[in-house]
Design a protein around this ligand. Structure first.
Ligand code: PXP
Length: 252
């Protein structure tokens, strides 16, 4: 358990995981060897990211198995590997040994991850995946909706980290966005009080990230599409530095 002082010191910092999946999307669009993921991860780390996030999808639409192994050898910060709770993906994660594994729901036809895990309905499967990954000393994060009932089931499973889905917040406007922000805030406070390490991600960009980064108990944000999109114009180093700046300014 952290002392209050440690907790306050730690939470003055907020970490950034940059999701580089869409560097691979661009490569896969032409079947070329570029843009190079290892170089992308290097530049993103150099620009101040604290982790590199990648999602090995069942359909391998962007990240390929070889990418995961190549990046495992070269990432100097932390690898956060997003995987579905399937036997195939859990076996790969246990073999690769990322520092962090984030268990996500996955539907083949979706454009991107469309919501959090159903920890209530899929309890046994998610518990099994968490136990397998934890037994390899991989820190497990469960990607969930900002919902207190889901967090209570995470506590029963014993996963040390959650990542709250911010996609609904990111897509909403006005009062709907305020309501969703409030759900994220309450879920963060509740989970943190229970000793869970709280991250968030999905749909975060240069305009909506500050409000989430300002939540004092929030520990890490995973951001992909907006950073890679901006990188097309300003380069990946500057795009990363700019989102780091948004997050750090939010904590001042
Ligand atoms: N967190 C999780 C669990 C995700 O699945 C994704 C998308 O792969 C992200 C964060 C990043 O989302 P975005 O690309 O919208 O920033």
């Amino acid at each position: 358990m952290e002392t209050t002082q440690q907790s306050q010191e730690h939470h003055a910092q907020i970490e950034l995981g940059v999701n580089i999946d869409h560097i691979a999307t661009l490569r896969q669009a032409r079947g070329t060897s570029y843009p190079d993921l290892v170089e992308a991860a290097f530049l993103v780390e150099e620009a101040g990211a604290n982790a590199i996030t990648i999602h090995l999808r069942e359909d391998r639409r962007h990240i390929q198995d070889q990418d995961v192994y190549d990046l495992r050898k070269t990432i100097k910060t932390r690898m956060n590997l997003e995987v579905a709770a399937t036997d195939e993906m859990i076996a790969i994660a246990c073999d690769v040994h990322p520092e962090d594994a984030c268990v996500v729901p996955e539907k083949r036809e979706e454009l991107t991850t469309e919501g959090g895990l159903d920890v209530i309905g899929q309890f046994d499967r998610i518990q099994k995946a968490t136990r397998q990954l934890s037994s390899e000393n991989i820190r497990v994060s469960l990607f969930i909706e900002p919902d207190i009932e889901q967090i209570k089931r995470v506590l029963e499973i014993g996963a040390p980290v959650i990542e709250l889905h911010t996609g609904t917040y990111a897509n909403a406007n006005g009062d709907d966005q305020k309501r969703e922000f409030d759900r994220i805030l309450k879920a963060t406070e509740f989970a943190h009080d229970q000793g869970i390490h709280v991250n968030a991600g999905h749909g975060l960009d240069y305009s909506n990230t500050a409000e989430i980064a300002r939540i004092p108990q929030m520990r890490e944000l995973n951001i992909g599409h907006s950073v890679i999109s901006r990188a097309v114009f300003v380069g990946i180093s500057k795009a990363t530095r700019q989102i780091v700046e948004v997050m750090q300014n939010a904590r001042k």
